[in-house]
Design a protein around this ligand. Structure first.
Ligand SMILES: NC(=O)c1ccc[n+]([C@@H]2O[C@H](COP(=O)([O-])OP(=O)(O)OC[C@H]3O[C@@H](n4cnc5c(N)ncnc54)[C@H](OP(=O)(O)O)[C@@H]3O)[C@@H](O)[C@H]2O)c1
Length: 230
């Protein structure tokens, strides 16, 4: 472990896929920037992963541009570099265009789509500096339409954003990977789900993508639990 270890920023790090990825990345020697809105949960995870020198908790609502720029500034002041960025924050909504409520929809669209775009924008130059790696959490729901699902539409936008970012970053050395999970047993769901992936399963997919040699860009990983329907 040293002060020159690469730095890995995760949004949505307080829970589920983001928290599991933080643990795997820490094991692999990365220093972590852990971002989300839940300060308590971020603080506990940062302590577990070694405290400020190894894992920094940074409160950030990804829908707020000033909070995203402050997050990146704090990360660069603290670690001096950003090597991997995982734009992972997001949540769902009940299916059906007459279900959920418009304010929940607004918040979901702003988080899943606008928030991810802001993370790309805020970290773009820092990733170019390190010839780093950008990852986005899409979904199997971003590869196929689900009945009455605006959530699915937000993830179609993330699928497009990953490819748009990849082409925008061509020539910079920055790699771009879309992580597209099927059902994962996380607090994304109100109740535990069965026949689902564990957050660790998705974290291993992230680590696989970033462990490849610099000339290999794993653009998409679609990962479902075995025999998921749809
Ligand atoms: N679970 C699945 O089956 C599944 C499948 C495919 C894709 N995904 C995607 O995987 C990603 C992670 O979800 P998960 O399953 O790990 O669920 P989760 O455990 O509920 O984690 C969601 C994370 O997003 C953060 N978040 C939500 N709104 C935010 C905001 N405005 N600003 C900053 N952080 C915010 C949450 O933290 P705070 O509440 O502390 O802010 C939390 O850390 C999401 O993009 C989700 O759409 C999930």
């Amino acid at each position: 472990m040293s002060d020159s270890d690469p730095a890995f920023l995760i949004t949505g790090a307080s829970s589920g896929i983001g928290a599991a990825t933080a643990r795997h990345a820490a094991d692999a020697g990365y220093r972590l920037v852990l971002a989300a809105r839940s300060v308590d949960r971020l603080g506990k995870l940062a302590d577990e992963l070694g405290g400020d020198q190894r894992a920094l908790a940074v409160p950030c609502d990804v829908t707020q541009w000033d909070q995203q720029t402050a997050m990146v500034q704090t990360a660069l002041e603290h670690f001096g570099r950003l090597d991997v960025v995982f734009a992972n924050a997001g949540f769902g909504a009940p299916r059906g265009f007459l279900n959920s409520d418009p304010e929940h929809w607004r918040s979901m669209v702003l988080t899943n789509v606008y928030g991810a775009a802001l993370t790309i924008r805020a970290t773009f130059e820092a990733l170019k500096e390190t010839r780093g790696h950008l990852l986005l959490t899409g979904s199997v729901a971003g590869r196929r339409a689900l009945p009455g699902s605006l959530y699915s539409a937000t993830k179609w936008a993330v699928t497009a954003m990953g490819e748009a970012a990849r082409q925008d970053l061509n020539g910079t050395g920055v790699r771009v990977t879309l992580i597209e999970p099927g059902m994962v047993d996380t607090p994304f769901f109100d109740n535990p789900v069965s026949n689902a992936l564990e957050p660790d399963d998705v974290a291993r997919a992230v680590m696989y993508a970033i462990a490849q040699p610099a000339h290999v860009d794993v653009n998409e990983i679609l990962i479902r639990p075995t025999a998921q329907e749809g």
